[in-house]
Design a protein around this ligand. Structure first.
Ligand SMILES: Cc1cc2nc3c(=O)[nH]c(=O)nc-3n(C[C@H](O)[C@H](O)[C@H](O)COP(=O)(O)OP(=O)(O)OC[C@H]3O[C@@H](n4cnc5c(N)ncnc54)[C@H](O)[C@@H]3O)c2cc1C
Length: 589
């Protein structure tokens, strides 16, 4: 069963992603390293001892819908109660509303552990955290006063309602309606699909954040507004009032994360004989809802990236344990009795090391993104703008690369288990099933890659990304001049990967400024992997410089996996024409 890798997590936060220098410089006030260690240790204990044991029942039992009410698997409601009592929901939330005001880095590290233990559990609070952030930034003082403290404590949970049958990646197609009621409230009508934890029994109330259109709203994304729609209306004294006109009409049967209810939500259909129209309150300004929702989505993108890291970690632990137990064949370095444990075979070692290295790379990128978010929050002026750009640059990497890693590593985990990997009882298959959703929701990974190339490469007049590449090059230089044994060809391979990255970046920037969007978009997905691998090589090297025990894995990555950047660069630079030519044959109409 999953054991939280608290040491690895703490090391990556402090030595690779920037937490230690930030603590030393007093960036987070009087937060001490001792307190960080204590929080991580307790989160690790809770995840390993309390969440992980409920994973299997969650996967097998799933969430159940009866008469518009959803029941979570046995033990899960009680687990959620203990988890909120531990204060885990409030880690990074504002102190003003009962939160602990701790850095996002810590919240994200804890999130990794919840998701490693049970991704279907970790996803729920992710949405509440996003709702807290969106309300904190955009809601009126009255709404904040009524809802924030109870979302922060976890007494209520939040949801995010964007998707409709005809509006998935393209929110411009959204049709849900909002009509002003003349008393400052609105009536919401429409159907939302795939809403995570849209209905459940964890909490007495559920606070839905819903995108809808006002009657005279402009077409497209400029005509979308954001509304708060509670399951139960809240009286002025804070007690729960009447049931609102919103209900869950269906639960999806899914490949994975069975315990997470994925709901079809109906707004304004006269549920239970009510006058039709779900009562909602505007968040932010009319027609500016997408910008407000982006606050929530950016937060959620990093959180979903953590799910990729999380599943990869659990899959790796499981595969390493199995490879040490399962015996097959002979191995030259095994002199014991009987057949050798399969971990002695170089091909199995290659799979396991690939899993370990990719997991650590995805973790480093995601924590570096969280660090940038934290620094942007506390910095001022130009420095704040720089950190914001860095967070914006790293968010699509954290989301898309990490979730691809989650799938790849979980798949390798199945492979290491051989036939038993395909059989449910080992749990390797379940991780693979869970991992598969993360590259899809919160903006598919294809959309993340497009975002990276079209919106993030131009940041800072196109210079921000080059500043980042410069920082990665400095790590390669440090390896070269370190004279530390064991790095092998790491510096040379890093130089090559960063040169590939440089060339591909300039190429895409030129295409974009020349208005050749299609050609640039054709290279977006390989580019996202290229920048992530090159950054990952540098992060692993930084880790190796700080802890020589980590050099062997860093060298394995540099000499076995980093070479992929050459092929990726060629795909970015030379792939578009053939893709366009061959792609035409796919179009049937
Ligand atoms: C388990 C689960 C939980 C979810 N939870 C929530 C939730 O809580 N709230 C919520 O609002 N939604 C939720 N979703 C919805 C999810 O965010 C969407 O499924 C996702 O955004 C993709 O939309 P879609 O399914 O309509 O796919 P589509 O948009 O139809 O995409 C299909 C394919 O086409 C590609 N594509 C689409 N447009 C473009 C383009 N312009 N350029 C290039 N490629 C493109 C995509 O990358 C994808 O590969 C959830 C979905 C699932 C399955």
């Amino acid at each position: 069963m999953y054991q939280a890798p608290v040491g690895d997590i703490a090391f990556t936060l402090k030595q690779v992603a920037g937490l230690r220098p930030a603590l030393d410089a007093g960036v987070f006030g009087d937060l001490s390293e001792d307190l960080v260690d204590a929080i991580l240790a307790e989160a690790g204990r809770f995840a390993s001892e309390e969440v992980a044991p409920l994973y299997k029942i969650g996967d097998e039992h799933g969430a159940v819908l009866r008469d518009a009410a959803v029941t979570t698997p046995p033990g899960w409601k009680e687990l959620y109660r203990r988890w909120t009592e531990g204060g885990w929901n409030a880690l990074s939330a504002p102190e003003e509303f009962g939160g602990q005001g701790l850095p996002t880095m810590l919240a994200v590290a804890a999130l990794e552990m919840w998701n490693s233990a049970a991704m279907a559990f970790g996803i729920g609070p992710t949405l509440t955290m996003g709702a807290v952030e969106a309300l904190g930034k955009h809601a009126s003082e009255a709404l904040k006063a009524k809802y924030l403290a109870r979302l922060v404590s976890g007494e209520w949970m939040g949801t995010m309602n964007l998707t409709e049958p005809q509006a998935g990646s393209d929110l411009a197609a959204l049709r849900a309606r909002a009509e002003p009621a003349g008393d400052g409230t609105y009536r919401i009508f429409g159907q939302k699909i795939f809403i995570t934890y849209g209905e459940h029994d964890f909490t007495d109330n559920i606070v839905h954040l819903v995108l809808a259109r006002l009657p005279d709203a402009p077409a497209g994304t400029r005509g979308i507004s954001l509304f708060l729609v509670p399951k139960f209306l809240v009286n002025d004294d804070g007690s729960l009032g009447a049931r609102n006109d919103v209900f869950c009409s269906g639960l999806e049967h899914k490949l994975g994360i069975h315990a997470s209810p994925t709901c079809t939500m109906i707004y304004g259909d006269g549920f239970g004989g009510a006058t039709p129209g779900a009562i909602g309150w505007l968040i932010g300004e009319e027609n500016k809802g997408l910008a407000c929702m982006f606050t929530m989505m950016n937060n959620a993108r990093l959180s979903v990236g953590m799910q990729g890291v999380a599943v990869a970690e659990t899959a790796t632990q499981k595969a390493v344990a199995y490879a040490n137990e399962r015996r097959q064949g002979k191995a030259s370095d095994y002199a014991g009795p009987g057949m050798a444990p399969i971990v002695h075979h170089p091909d199995v070692q290659r799979n396991l090391l690939t899993m370990k290295a990719l997991t650590q790379v995805a973790r480093a990128i995601s924590y570096a993104c969280a660090h940038a978010i934290d620094r942007a929050r506390v910095a001022e002026g130009e420095a704040a703008a720089q950190w914001r750009d860095r967070a914006n640059l790293l968010t699509p990497l954290a989301k898309a690369f990490s979730t691809d890693v989650g799938v790849d590593v979980a798949s390798l985990g199945v492979q290491v288990h051989g036939g038993m990997g395909f059989i449910e009882e080992t749990g390797a298959a379940a991780l693979y099933r869970d991992a598969r959703i993360a590259p899809i929701y919160e903006g598919t990974n294809g959309i993340q890659a497009i975002d990276l190339v079209s919106r993030k490469l131009p940041l800072g007049g196109g210079q921000h990304v080059h500043g980042y590449i410069g920082e990665l090059k400095a790590v390669a230089d440090s390896v070269r001049t370190s004279n530390v044994d064991g790095f092998g060809r790491t510096a040379e391979r890093l130089d090559r990967a960063l040169a590939d990255l440089d060339e591909a970046t300039r190429f895409l920037q030129e295409l974009t400024s020349a208005g050749k969007a299609d050609a640039a978009m054709a290279g977006a997905t390989p580019y996202l992997r290229l920048i992530s691998l090159a950054a990952g090589g540098a992060y692993l090297a930084q880790g190796g410089l700080a802890d020589h025990g980590r050099i062997a894995l860093c060298r394995f990555f540099a000499e076995n996996l980093l070479g992929e950047t050459r092929a990726l660069k060629e795909r970015v630079i030379e792939g578009a024409e053939s893709l366009a030519a061959a792609g035409k044959a796919l179009i049937s109409a």
